[in-house]
Design a protein around this ligand. Sequence first.
Ligand SMILES: Nc1nc2c(ncn2[C@@H]2O[C@H](COP(=O)(O)OP(=O)(O)OP(=O)(O)O)[C@@H](O)[C@H]2O)c(=O)[nH]1
Ligand SMILES: [Mg+2]
Length: 330
Amino acid sequence: MPANLPPAYFEAEQKYRSAKSPAQKVAALQQLLSAVPKHKGTDHLRADLRSKLSRATEELENPKRGGGTSQYQPYAIRKEGAGQAVLIGLPNAGKSQLLAALTGAPAKVGDYPFTTQLPMPGMLRYQNVLIQLVDTPAINDNDVQTRLFSLLRNSDMLLIVVDLSGDPLSEAEEVMEELERWGYRLLRTDEDVDPEDLKVQKHVLLMGNKADLPDADEALEMLQELYGDRFTVVAASAADDDLLAGLGEAVFTALRRTRVYLKAPGGKPDYTSPLIVETGSSLEEAAHSLHKDWGRKLKYALLWGSGKFDGQRVGREYVLQDEDVVELHG
Ligand SMILES: Nc1nc2c(ncn2[C@@H]2O[C@H](COP(=O)(O)OP(=O)(O)OP(=O)(O)O)[C@@H](O)[C@H]2O)c(=O)[nH]1
Ligand SMILES: [Mg+2]
Protein backbone atom coordinates (compact mmCIF):
# COMPACT_ATOMS: atom_id res chain seq x y z
CA MET A 1 0.00 0.00 0.00
CA PRO A 2 1.32 3.48 -0.81
CA ALA A 3 2.61 5.13 2.33
CA ASN A 4 2.23 8.68 0.96
CA LEU A 5 5.85 9.67 1.46
CA PRO A 6 7.23 13.21 1.22
CA PRO A 7 9.49 14.35 -1.66
CA ALA A 8 12.54 14.35 0.66
CA TYR A 9 12.14 10.60 0.92
CA PHE A 10 12.44 10.10 -2.82
CA GLU A 11 15.48 12.34 -3.00
CA ALA A 12 17.15 10.21 -0.33
CA GLU A 13 15.99 7.08 -2.14
CA GLN A 14 17.73 8.26 -5.32
CA LYS A 15 20.91 8.77 -3.27
CA TYR A 16 20.58 5.30 -1.78
CA ARG A 17 20.24 3.73 -5.23
CA SER A 18 23.32 5.46 -6.54
CA ALA A 19 25.38 4.82 -3.38
CA LYS A 20 28.57 2.99 -4.31
CA SER A 21 30.34 2.47 -1.02
CA PRO A 22 28.96 1.05 2.25
CA ALA A 23 29.60 4.45 3.86
CA GLN A 24 27.42 6.20 1.26
CA LYS A 25 24.77 3.54 1.77
CA VAL A 26 24.70 4.05 5.52
CA ALA A 27 24.44 7.83 5.11
CA ALA A 28 21.62 7.52 2.55
CA LEU A 29 19.70 5.03 4.71
CA GLN A 30 19.93 7.31 7.74
CA GLN A 31 18.57 10.13 5.61
CA LEU A 32 15.80 7.87 4.31
CA LEU A 33 14.77 6.84 7.80
CA SER A 34 14.56 10.41 9.00
CA ALA A 35 12.43 11.35 5.98
CA VAL A 36 9.77 8.71 6.64
CA PRO A 37 6.83 10.07 8.65
CA LYS A 38 6.11 8.00 11.76
CA HIS A 39 2.66 6.45 11.60
CA LYS A 40 1.06 3.03 11.37
CA GLY A 41 1.13 3.03 7.57
CA THR A 42 4.93 3.25 7.52
CA ASP A 43 5.70 0.67 10.24
CA HIS A 44 6.70 -1.91 7.70
CA LEU A 45 8.83 0.45 5.63
CA ARG A 46 10.67 1.77 8.71
CA ALA A 47 11.37 -1.77 9.92
CA ASP A 48 12.68 -2.64 6.47
CA LEU A 49 14.93 0.45 6.37
CA ARG A 50 16.23 -0.23 9.88
CA SER A 51 17.22 -3.77 8.95
CA LYS A 52 18.88 -2.51 5.73
CA LEU A 53 20.72 0.07 7.84
CA SER A 54 21.95 -2.52 10.29
CA ARG A 55 23.15 -4.73 7.43
CA ALA A 56 24.89 -1.78 5.75
CA THR A 57 26.51 -0.80 9.05
CA GLU A 58 27.66 -4.38 9.49
CA GLU A 59 29.11 -4.31 5.97
CA LEU A 60 30.86 -1.04 6.75
CA GLU A 61 32.38 -2.38 9.94
CA ASN A 62 33.17 -5.91 8.71
CA PRO A 63 33.68 -5.66 4.96
CA LYS A 64 34.37 -9.39 4.54
CA ARG A 65 31.31 -10.65 6.36
CA GLY A 66 28.89 -8.22 4.75
CA GLY A 67 26.37 -9.05 2.02
CA GLY A 68 28.53 -7.64 -0.77
CA THR A 69 27.26 -7.14 -4.29
CA SER A 70 25.71 -10.60 -4.68
CA GLN A 71 22.51 -9.30 -3.06
CA TYR A 72 22.16 -6.45 -5.53
CA GLN A 73 19.04 -7.14 -7.58
CA PRO A 74 18.68 -4.38 -10.15
CA TYR A 75 15.48 -5.77 -11.68
CA ALA A 76 13.65 -5.83 -8.33
CA ILE A 77 12.52 -2.22 -8.09
CA ARG A 78 10.36 -1.57 -5.08
CA LYS A 79 7.22 0.37 -5.89
CA GLU A 80 6.99 3.91 -4.59
CA GLY A 81 4.29 6.55 -4.75
CA ALA A 82 0.88 6.17 -6.37
CA GLY A 83 1.96 3.40 -8.74
CA GLN A 84 4.66 2.05 -11.00
CA ALA A 85 4.59 2.71 -14.76
CA VAL A 86 7.33 1.09 -16.85
CA LEU A 87 8.74 2.63 -20.03
CA ILE A 88 9.33 -0.01 -22.68
CA GLY A 89 10.24 0.01 -26.35
CA LEU A 90 12.84 -0.69 -29.00
CA PRO A 91 16.38 0.77 -28.86
CA ASN A 92 16.68 4.54 -29.35
CA ALA A 93 12.95 5.22 -28.91
CA GLY A 94 13.94 7.82 -26.32
CA LYS A 95 12.87 6.01 -23.13
CA SER A 96 15.83 7.16 -21.06
CA GLN A 97 15.62 10.73 -22.28
CA LEU A 98 11.93 10.75 -21.36
CA LEU A 99 12.63 9.40 -17.86
CA ALA A 100 15.28 12.06 -17.35
CA ALA A 101 13.04 14.86 -18.64
CA LEU A 102 10.01 13.78 -16.59
CA THR A 103 11.68 12.87 -13.30
CA GLY A 104 15.20 14.28 -13.28
CA ALA A 105 16.65 10.79 -12.78
CA PRO A 106 20.21 10.57 -14.17
CA ALA A 107 19.39 8.11 -16.99
CA LYS A 108 22.10 7.55 -19.58
CA VAL A 109 21.05 8.70 -23.06
CA GLY A 110 22.88 7.66 -26.23
CA ASP A 111 22.44 7.88 -29.98
CA TYR A 112 23.43 4.22 -30.29
CA PRO A 113 21.16 1.21 -29.57
CA PHE A 114 21.09 -0.68 -26.25
CA THR A 115 22.44 2.25 -24.26
CA THR A 116 20.43 1.26 -21.20
CA GLN A 117 21.64 -1.91 -19.56
CA LEU A 118 19.71 -1.85 -16.28
CA PRO A 119 16.33 -0.50 -15.19
CA MET A 120 16.28 2.86 -13.45
CA PRO A 121 13.41 4.45 -11.47
CA GLY A 122 12.46 8.09 -11.08
CA MET A 123 9.52 9.96 -9.58
CA LEU A 124 7.10 11.94 -11.76
CA ARG A 125 5.02 14.58 -10.02
CA TYR A 126 1.42 15.11 -11.13
CA GLN A 127 -0.40 17.70 -8.98
CA ASN A 128 -0.20 16.30 -5.43
CA VAL A 129 0.80 12.79 -6.53
CA LEU A 130 4.14 11.13 -7.20
CA ILE A 131 4.20 8.32 -9.76
CA GLN A 132 7.15 5.99 -10.16
CA LEU A 133 8.45 5.67 -13.72
CA VAL A 134 10.96 2.98 -14.57
CA ASP A 135 13.26 3.14 -17.59
CA THR A 136 14.28 -0.26 -18.99
CA PRO A 137 16.67 -1.78 -21.51
CA ALA A 138 15.29 -2.31 -25.03
CA ILE A 139 12.60 -4.99 -25.03
CA ASN A 140 14.17 -6.95 -27.90
CA ASP A 141 17.47 -7.42 -26.05
CA ASN A 142 17.62 -11.20 -25.60
CA ASP A 143 20.12 -11.00 -22.77
CA VAL A 144 17.74 -9.17 -20.47
CA GLN A 145 14.31 -10.41 -21.52
CA THR A 146 13.69 -12.94 -18.75
CA ARG A 147 14.43 -10.45 -16.00
CA LEU A 148 12.75 -7.60 -17.84
CA PHE A 149 9.50 -9.52 -18.23
CA SER A 150 9.41 -10.36 -14.56
CA LEU A 151 9.76 -6.64 -13.80
CA LEU A 152 6.89 -5.91 -16.22
CA ARG A 153 4.74 -8.59 -14.61
CA ASN A 154 5.07 -6.85 -11.26
CA SER A 155 4.41 -3.35 -12.65
CA ASP A 156 1.14 -1.41 -12.51
CA MET A 157 1.10 -0.37 -16.17
CA LEU A 158 3.19 -0.13 -19.33
CA LEU A 159 4.20 2.96 -21.29
CA ILE A 160 5.06 1.81 -24.80
CA VAL A 161 7.43 4.37 -26.33
CA VAL A 162 7.83 4.55 -30.12
CA ASP A 163 9.90 6.94 -32.23
CA LEU A 164 7.71 9.17 -34.42
CA SER A 165 10.72 10.08 -36.55
CA GLY A 166 11.38 6.43 -37.37
CA ASP A 167 8.80 3.80 -38.25
CA PRO A 168 6.45 4.02 -35.24
CA LEU A 169 3.82 1.64 -36.64
CA SER A 170 6.17 -1.29 -37.04
CA GLU A 171 7.89 -0.41 -33.75
CA ALA A 172 4.55 -0.57 -31.92
CA GLU A 173 3.73 -3.82 -33.67
CA GLU A 174 7.06 -5.39 -32.73
CA VAL A 175 6.75 -4.37 -29.09
CA MET A 176 3.21 -5.70 -28.88
CA GLU A 177 4.13 -8.97 -30.58
CA GLU A 178 6.96 -9.39 -28.09
CA LEU A 179 4.57 -8.82 -25.18
CA GLU A 180 2.03 -11.26 -26.60
CA ARG A 181 4.74 -13.85 -27.09
CA TRP A 182 5.45 -13.61 -23.35
CA GLY A 183 1.81 -14.18 -22.47
CA TYR A 184 0.72 -10.60 -21.93
CA ARG A 185 -2.71 -9.24 -22.74
CA LEU A 186 -2.75 -5.50 -23.29
CA LEU A 187 -5.67 -3.48 -21.98
CA ARG A 188 -7.01 -0.07 -22.91
CA THR A 189 -6.82 2.42 -20.07
CA ASP A 190 -10.61 2.27 -19.60
CA GLU A 191 -10.83 -1.52 -19.86
CA ASP A 192 -11.33 -3.69 -16.79
CA VAL A 193 -9.09 -6.64 -15.94
CA ASP A 194 -10.81 -9.92 -16.83
CA PRO A 195 -10.45 -12.20 -13.79
CA GLU A 196 -11.15 -15.29 -15.94
CA ASP A 197 -8.19 -14.65 -18.24
CA LEU A 198 -4.95 -16.24 -17.06
CA LYS A 199 -2.74 -13.98 -19.19
CA VAL A 200 -0.74 -11.20 -17.55
CA GLN A 201 -3.08 -8.27 -18.12
CA LYS A 202 -1.57 -4.78 -18.22
CA HIS A 203 -2.98 -1.40 -19.01
CA VAL A 204 -1.08 0.37 -21.76
CA LEU A 205 -0.45 3.95 -22.76
CA LEU A 206 1.07 4.33 -26.23
CA MET A 207 3.54 7.21 -26.48
CA GLY A 208 4.56 8.65 -29.83
CA ASN A 209 7.93 10.14 -28.86
CA LYS A 210 10.27 12.73 -30.42
CA ALA A 211 7.21 14.72 -31.50
CA ASP A 212 9.52 17.72 -32.00
CA LEU A 213 11.09 16.20 -35.13
CA PRO A 214 9.87 16.91 -38.71
CA ASP A 215 6.87 14.92 -39.97
CA ALA A 216 6.05 13.71 -36.46
CA ASP A 217 2.47 15.04 -36.80
CA GLU A 218 1.64 12.74 -39.69
CA ALA A 219 3.28 9.81 -37.95
CA LEU A 220 1.23 10.49 -34.82
CA GLU A 221 -1.95 10.61 -36.90
CA MET A 222 -1.17 7.22 -38.42
CA LEU A 223 -0.44 5.79 -34.98
CA GLN A 224 -3.74 7.17 -33.73
CA GLU A 225 -5.57 5.76 -36.73
CA LEU A 226 -4.14 2.28 -36.34
CA TYR A 227 -4.09 1.96 -32.54
CA GLY A 228 -6.49 4.67 -31.29
CA ASP A 229 -9.35 2.19 -30.85
CA ARG A 230 -7.26 -0.16 -28.75
CA PHE A 231 -5.17 2.25 -26.70
CA THR A 232 -4.86 5.83 -25.57
CA VAL A 233 -2.23 7.40 -27.82
CA VAL A 234 -0.29 10.47 -26.64
CA ALA A 235 2.47 12.60 -28.13
CA ALA A 236 5.69 13.02 -26.16
CA SER A 237 8.97 14.85 -26.56
CA ALA A 238 11.78 15.56 -24.16
CA ALA A 239 12.29 18.82 -26.07
CA ASP A 240 8.73 20.14 -25.67
CA ASP A 241 7.75 21.43 -22.22
CA ASP A 242 4.05 21.69 -23.06
CA LEU A 243 3.89 18.05 -24.12
CA LEU A 244 5.89 16.98 -21.07
CA ALA A 245 3.53 18.89 -18.80
CA GLY A 246 0.54 16.98 -20.18
CA LEU A 247 2.03 13.54 -19.67
CA GLY A 248 1.53 13.49 -15.89
CA GLU A 249 -2.22 13.58 -16.27
CA ALA A 250 -2.18 10.95 -19.03
CA VAL A 251 -0.11 8.57 -16.91
CA PHE A 252 -2.18 9.20 -13.77
CA THR A 253 -5.40 8.48 -15.68
CA ALA A 254 -3.93 5.34 -17.20
CA LEU A 255 -2.81 4.13 -13.76
CA ARG A 256 -6.45 4.14 -12.62
CA ARG A 257 -5.91 5.55 -9.17
CA THR A 258 -8.23 7.58 -6.97
CA ARG A 259 -7.15 10.22 -4.46
CA VAL A 260 -8.90 10.46 -1.12
CA TYR A 261 -8.37 13.36 1.27
CA LEU A 262 -8.80 12.37 4.87
CA LYS A 263 -10.07 14.78 7.45
CA ALA A 264 -10.47 14.47 11.19
CA PRO A 265 -13.75 15.59 12.80
CA GLY A 266 -13.58 19.36 13.20
CA GLY A 267 -10.30 19.47 11.27
CA LYS A 268 -9.27 20.42 7.76
CA PRO A 269 -8.66 17.88 4.97
CA ASP A 270 -5.03 17.16 4.12
CA TYR A 271 -4.79 18.02 0.44
CA THR A 272 -1.03 17.58 0.26
CA SER A 273 -0.79 13.85 0.84
CA PRO A 274 -3.83 12.02 -0.48
CA LEU A 275 -4.51 8.42 0.34
CA ILE A 276 -4.15 6.59 -2.97
CA VAL A 277 -6.47 3.68 -3.77
CA GLU A 278 -7.26 1.74 -6.92
CA THR A 279 -10.09 3.33 -8.88
CA GLY A 280 -13.32 1.53 -8.06
CA SER A 281 -12.31 0.91 -4.42
CA SER A 282 -14.98 1.08 -1.76
CA LEU A 283 -14.78 3.13 1.40
CA GLU A 284 -14.20 -0.13 3.28
CA GLU A 285 -11.19 -1.01 1.12
CA ALA A 286 -9.73 2.46 1.57
CA ALA A 287 -10.18 2.28 5.35
CA HIS A 288 -8.55 -1.13 5.39
CA SER A 289 -5.57 0.11 3.38
CA LEU A 290 -5.14 2.88 5.92
CA HIS A 291 -4.99 0.36 8.72
CA LYS A 292 -6.61 -3.00 9.28
CA ASP A 293 -8.22 -1.77 12.50
CA TRP A 294 -9.96 0.95 10.55
CA GLY A 295 -11.15 -1.64 8.04
CA ARG A 296 -12.83 -3.51 10.90
CA LYS A 297 -14.26 -0.72 12.96
CA LEU A 298 -15.45 1.64 10.20
CA LYS A 299 -19.22 2.25 10.41
CA TYR A 300 -19.75 5.14 8.02
CA ALA A 301 -18.07 8.25 6.66
CA LEU A 302 -19.04 11.84 6.03
CA LEU A 303 -18.26 12.92 2.53
CA TRP A 304 -17.45 16.17 0.76
CA GLY A 305 -16.71 16.27 -2.95
CA SER A 306 -17.93 17.25 -6.38
CA GLY A 307 -21.61 16.54 -7.01
CA LYS A 308 -22.39 15.62 -3.41
CA PHE A 309 -24.06 17.32 -0.51
CA ASP A 310 -21.46 18.58 1.91
CA GLY A 311 -21.09 16.18 4.78
CA GLN A 312 -23.27 13.50 3.20
CA ARG A 313 -23.25 10.23 5.12
CA VAL A 314 -22.09 7.15 3.15
CA GLY A 315 -21.69 3.47 4.06
CA ARG A 316 -18.79 1.04 3.79
CA GLU A 317 -19.74 -0.02 0.26
CA TYR A 318 -19.62 3.53 -1.18
CA VAL A 319 -17.35 3.64 -4.25
CA LEU A 320 -14.83 6.47 -3.88
CA GLN A 321 -14.42 9.16 -6.54
CA ASP A 322 -11.17 10.98 -7.25
CA GLU A 323 -10.60 13.83 -4.75
CA ASP A 324 -13.37 12.87 -2.33
CA VAL A 325 -12.91 14.36 1.13
CA VAL A 326 -13.70 11.75 3.75
CA GLU A 327 -14.17 11.79 7.50
CA LEU A 328 -14.13 8.25 8.87
CA HIS A 329 -16.34 7.22 11.79
CA GLY A 330 -15.94 3.97 13.69
N1 LIG B 1 14.68 15.11 -31.18
C1 LIG B 1 14.56 14.30 -30.14
N2 LIG B 1 15.52 13.38 -29.88
C2 LIG B 1 15.38 12.57 -28.82
C3 LIG B 1 14.25 12.67 -27.96
N3 LIG B 1 14.37 11.73 -27.01
C4 LIG B 1 15.52 11.08 -27.25
N4 LIG B 1 16.14 11.58 -28.34
C5 LIG B 1 17.43 11.11 -28.90
O1 LIG B 1 17.27 9.76 -29.28
C6 LIG B 1 18.43 8.99 -28.98
C7 LIG B 1 18.08 7.81 -28.09
O2 LIG B 1 17.63 8.28 -26.82
P1 LIG B 1 17.61 7.33 -25.54
O3 LIG B 1 16.80 8.04 -24.50
O4 LIG B 1 18.97 6.90 -25.16
O5 LIG B 1 16.78 6.10 -26.12
P2 LIG B 1 16.41 4.73 -25.39
O6 LIG B 1 15.03 4.37 -25.83
O7 LIG B 1 16.60 4.86 -23.93
O8 LIG B 1 17.45 3.71 -26.04
P3 LIG B 1 18.09 2.35 -25.43
O9 LIG B 1 18.53 2.61 -24.04
O10 LIG B 1 19.20 2.04 -26.35
O11 LIG B 1 17.00 1.33 -25.50
C8 LIG B 1 19.41 9.98 -28.33
O12 LIG B 1 20.30 10.41 -29.31
C9 LIG B 1 18.52 11.11 -27.86
O13 LIG B 1 19.20 12.33 -27.83
C10 LIG B 1 13.25 13.66 -28.25
O14 LIG B 1 12.23 13.81 -27.58
N5 LIG B 1 13.46 14.44 -29.36
MG1 LIG C 1 17.83 3.87 -22.71
